[in-house]
Design a protein around this ligand. Structure first.
Ligand code: GAL
Length: 142
């Protein structure tokens, strides 16, 4: 996949027309700056954060925080103790929407309806090269 379609300024915000559907995927490509402390990719409904995908690089070991923020209140964090999006390297993230969960680098069960998602927000010290929406042609693969 050719990921470098453009370099978009960050914070990046764009509407998702018609919301998300089961079987849809969102691709986010870029490169996290070597001195970044975190990256944030949010699927939002207004100011509510339905999916917060948040790789952090504090200290030596990196991890990813997944969470939901409803009416200004964060829920319980789900942490993935891996560094799937290392600093200084190009990345291609695919967020797949299924009936039960989002599948990014880990699985995050829905806490709010995915059909409510109305925009995607990307923030951090990151060069952002692509944000694309796809409907998978083959659905019965998971
Ligand atoms: C907070 C942080 C937020 C968000 C949240 C996720 O500590 O300030 O930006 O990442 O954790 O649980």
């Amino acid at each position: 996949m050719v990921c470098k379609s453009f370099t978009q300024s960050v914070p990046f915000n764009t509407p998702i027309q018609g919301g998300l559907q089961d079987g849809m995927s969102i691709t986010v490509c870029g490169r996290v700056w070597p001195n970044a402390d975190a990256l944030e990719v949010n699927l939002q409904y207004g100011s509510d954060v339905i999916l917060h995908f948040n790789p952090r690089y504090e200290g030596g070991s990196g991890f990813v925080v997944h969470n939901t923020n409803q009416k200004g209140v964060w829920g319980e964090e789900e942490r993935e103790y891996k560094t799937p999006v290392p600093r200084g390297q190009a990345f291609a993230l695919q967020i797949l929407v299924t009936q039960e969960s989002y599948k990014v680098t880990d699985t995050y069960k829905h806490r709010m309806p995915f059909s409510w998602v109305d925009h995607i927000y990307v923030f951090g010290k990151v060069e952002l090269n692509l944000v694309a929406f796809q409907y998978l042609a083959v659905r019965n693969i998971y």
